[in-house]
Design a protein around this ligand. Structure first.
Ligand SMILES: Nc1nc2c(c(=O)[nH]1)N[C@H]1C(S)=C(S)[C@@H](COP(=O)(O)OP(=O)(O)OC[C@H]3O[C@@H](n4cnc5c(=O)[nH]c(N)nc54)[C@H](O)[C@@H]3O)O[C@H]1N2
Ligand SMILES: Nc1nc2c(c(=O)[nH]1)N[C@H]1C(S)=C(S)[C@@H](COP(=O)(O)OP(=O)(O)OC[C@H]3O[C@@H](n4cnc5c(=O)[nH]c(N)nc54)[C@H](O)[C@@H]3O)O[C@H]1N2
Ligand SMILES: [Mo]
Length: 767
């Protein structure tokens, strides 16, 4: 490794700002940002990842595609690759883009390319790709996110928009000063808050959560997992059954109603539809949603439910719902029921009260950096109106022309011929991976830019090697971050890897779009340009940032702190006539005539208890949550992630009694299975989780082999839970990702252990 021996360089990442340098011995050394009170354990993955054997060295083309041209998708993920020159690879990509748009129209190009690529405002991979595809005539886009794509469809119907709760949340400081009780449905998992899209400099959340202990704020933490509960004396764990939160919430609402603890004035002046909901709570469908009814479903004693409801009504209460709860079947309901509780308490718009969404899910919710705009790369305009809800990718590839519902509209899947993915990993993020493999057989061509041989790269036809952030220059800052960071180059590009910008410039030139794509700027000139424009915008609002050269030399600039942090919905609360919500009624819609009018049985017009899936053959609830040891699939080959594996497999956590029933001991390799597929995992026993619940985080690199226990079945030798989870939407309303849960069975695996091939590069020939 060469580049910057000895000198510490500044950079940032989704898991925080840090410093890096190469040592005399050529090793990469990493140090947290000096202002970071809680550096992320994910930093431990960086050094082992950047030069790992799974880096993509050179452009590579799948053998069958190279020999026979577009099509024959059965070979994807199975055939060898052939390394080719950059010129050959770029000619193939540009030629294929041009063929597809001429023969099938730009709608046949899928450029959604969802994923977390890298931090950095310029080399933001999706923006780069979208900019090129827009210039080339457009593409079918994807809408929404796997993170909170259900809430972003539902909340506009209920609160008028989703952004207010997602991005303008009350800060931890406001909560410490005003709140008596936080009821956190879905937990407050510290493992998650080291991540903020675009990065963070201070990682304030862990400190803030501990400080809440000192300020007397009580935390009622509702989750099946004890590990989601902050270790603070004022935090109480309410160990609910998975997929039962809506029952608990309705039980709490019933107690508030029948004990007259609800705020009828606020419900009349600021909400609509409470009457309908009240009738439902009292049994309009034949079932009274009382505390006993709720207790049977959620597993908490009825008395405790009633006591909690009374406690909620006796002071300032923040009802917060984690993003994980909407990443489930019927994931609209816990979000809507959370708003219902907050509305009944009458505290929406009061500091430290009302409804929160995503505290403990991600770093920026609750942090207090300024809400300033950040520099961004202009993407241009996409003239193609077609899109798919992001989590419907497999359906779209498998069923072109099929119609489906989405948020009140009847849509049709386009006929996708070319899939272009840069900066995301659908074989990480999507569900039912055996089905996704079949879907990926369909298009004529799959192009992927990747740093590493991820499962998606392995299922592509043309793989273009991308640099990592440490191998280029950028500038970065996340939502509610305190600094903008100059991201200096630390390493030379690996092997033949190029920046996504350089790759796309090569494609653009071949399509005659080179000048329009680059506007004649080098990456450094783009950085200076984007920074300069942003600096001018800040100057308009009275903030003086240093000039680019100063900023670049200093390595960072501290953003001006915000003096006040307005509470979300405070203006609406003060005067709902003058500042109504953006809902049809201008009020909080506890019953939505619009949603009811869509007539979806899986998403009725008000928060509703819909029975969760049950499966006698697969009696355990699997929670497939975010990994504490990496960001999704990124860094799985690094030290923090590898250090947690058991027997080379991803750890699965079981209750000791559930393990004993199955003859499973600590450290055993187990087979986890559903009817869709199976995976191996390493058993870790923990009595700090509910019985009947097992936890297997996402992100182990997919290593498919034939299941030795089920001929023809797919088994992931490494422990990727998405081979188990059904590819079903939350509902016809949001068509959101429902990846958080599935029913599984677990057994000890004593057979010969298959190798984890995903941790080595695939077979590659040189041309
Ligand atoms: N079962 C289950 N599944 C889930 C979830 C869950 O809770 N349970 N969570 C879901 C959620 S919330 C999300 S957001 C998704 C995340 O899904 P993804 O965002 O798709 O997952 P990542 O592993 O972060 O993929 C980003 C990819 O970008 C690549 N990359 C990094 N830098 C660069 C670069 O500069 N250029 C290029 N070309 N590539 C780069 C990385 O190598 C990596 O493979 O997963 C979803 N899937
Ligand atoms: N370390 C790390 N942090 C991350 C990420 C990462 O990959 N690694 N990814 C980031 C991203 S992209 C996102 S979108 C956010 C996601 O943020 P979330 O979606 O909130 O995170 P998860 O870890 O999936 O789930 C949080 C907790 O919800 C609880 N839970 C699951 N099912 C239920 C249930 O039915 N009821 C209740 N009450 N609780 C339940 C689980 O115990 C779980 O630990 O995380 C971000 N933070
Ligand atoms: Mo996410």
């Amino acid at each position: 490794m060469s580049g910057s021996t000895g000198t510490w360089r500044s950079t940032t990442s989704h898991w925080g700002a840090y410093r890096a340098r190469t040592t005399e011995a050529g090793e990469l050394e990493i140090a947290p940002h000096p202002l970071d009170a809680n550096p992320s354990p994910l930093l431990g993955n960086v050094a082992g990842s950047v030069r790992h054997a799974t880096r993509v060295r050179a452009p590579a083309v799948r053998r069958g595609w190279l020999d026979h041209g577009p099509g024959r998708g059965e070979g994807r993920g199975r055939e060898e690759f052939v390394e080719v020159s950059w010129d050959t690879a770029l000619d193939l990509v540009a030629g294929e883009l041009d063929r597809v748009r001429r023969e099938h129209g730009n709608e046949a190009i899928f450029g959604g390319s969802y994923g977390w690529g890298s931090a950095g405002r310029f080399h933001h991979t999706q923006s780069q790709l979208h900019r090129l595809l827009n210039l080339a005539g457009g593409y079918t886009a994807s809408r929404g996110t796997y993170s909170h794509g259900t809430s972003t469809v539902l909340l506009p119907h209920v609160l008028g928009d989703a952004a207010t709760v997602l991005y303008r949340a009350d800060t931890w400081d406001t909560i410490a000063r005003h709140t008596d009780l936080v009821v956190a449905f879905g937990g407050l998992a510290l493992k998650n808050v080291s991540v903020t899209p675009g990065g963070t400099t201070g990682h304030a959340t862990a400190t803030a959560l501990h400080a809440l202990a000192g300020s007397g704020v009580e935390l009622a933490v509702v989750t099946p997992l004890g590990s989601d509960v902050p270790a603070a004396p004022n935090a109480r764990w309410l160990p609910v059954a998975p997929a039962s939160d809506v029952a608990l919430m309705l039980g709490l609402a019933h107690t508030l109603l029948t004990e007259n603890l609800h705020d009828s004035t606020f419900l009349d002046s600021h909400c609509t539809g409470f009457d309908t909901v009240a009738e439902y709570l009292l049994g309009s469908d034949g079932t009274v949603k009382g505390a006993e009814w709720a207790a049977e479903r959620c597993g908490l004693p009825a008395d405790e439910i009633r006591t909690l409801a009374r406690r909620m009504a006796s002071g300032r209460t923040l009802v917060t719902v984690s993003w994980s709860l909407q990443r489930t079947r019927h994931g609209e309901q816990p979000v809507w029921a959370g708003v219902l509780l907050a509305a009944m308490l009458g505290q929406i718009g009061l500091p430290g009260g009302g409804f929160g969404h995503g505290y403990g899910s991600i770093g920026h919710v609750g942090e207090d950096g300024p809400l300033l705009p950040l520099p961004t790369l202009p993407q241009g305009h996409n003239p193609v109106p077609a899109f798919i809800p992001v989590a419907r990718i497999a359906d779209a590839l498998l069923h072109p022309g099929r119609s489906y519902d989405f948020d009140g509209a009847a849509l049709t899947y386009p006929d996708l011929r070319l899939v272009y993915w840069a900066g995301g990993n659908p074989f990480h993020h999507h569900q039912d991976l055996a089905r996704l493999r079949r879907a990926f057989e369909r298009p004529d061509t799959v192009v992927v830019h990747e740093t590493h041989w991820t499962a998606t790269a392995r299922h592509a036809d043309i793989v273009l090697p991308a640099t990592t952030t440490l191998e280029r220059e950028d500038l970065g800052s996340g939502r509610r971050d305190t600094h903008v960071i100059a991201m200096h180059r630390v390493l030379e590009p690996f092997a033949d890897a190029r920046d996504d910008y350089a790759i796309l410039t090569g494609v653009a030139e071949r399509l005659g779009l080179g000048q329009r794509f680059t506007e004649g700027r080098t990456p450094r000139e783009w950085l200076a340009h984007l920074y300069g424009e942003w600096r001018d915008r800040l100057a308009d609002s009275g903030h003086e940032a240093p000039d680019f050269d100063r900023f670049w030399a200093d390595g960072e600039w501290r953003l001006p702190a915000e003096r006040e942090h307005p509470t979300p919905f405070a203006e609406f609360r003060a005067d709902p006539e003058r500042t109504p919500l953006n809902t049809p009624s201008g009020r909080v819609e506890l019953f939505s005539p619009a949603v009811a009018g869509f007539g979806y049985a899986d998403c009725p017009g008000h928060p509703t208890w819909l029975e969760p899936e049950s499966d006698e053959d697969h009696p355990l609830w699997l929670i497939a949550n975010q990994p504490g040891t990496r960001l999704h699939g990124q860094g799985d080959v690094g030290a923090t992630s590898q250090g947690a594996k058991i027997g080379g497999r991803e750890p699965i956590t079981l209750h000791p009694a559930d393990a004993a029933e199955r003859g499973v001991g600590e450290g055993d390799v187990v087979r986890v299975f559903t009817d869709r597929g199976a995976c191996l995992a390493g058993a870790r026993l923990d009595d700090g989780l509910r019985r009947g619940v097992v936890v297997l985080a996402t992100g182990a690199w997919f290593a498919p082999v034939e299941d030795p226990r089920r001929p023809g079945g797919t088994l992931c030798a490494h422990g990727n839970p998405n081979v188990l989870i059904a590819d079903v939407p939350t509902s016809r309303l949001a068509q959101g990702c429902a990846a958080q849960h599935t029913r599984v069975q677990v057994e000890r695996f004593d057979g010969p252990l298959p190798a984890v091939d995903s941790l080595r590069p695939p077979p590659i020939a040189t041309a």
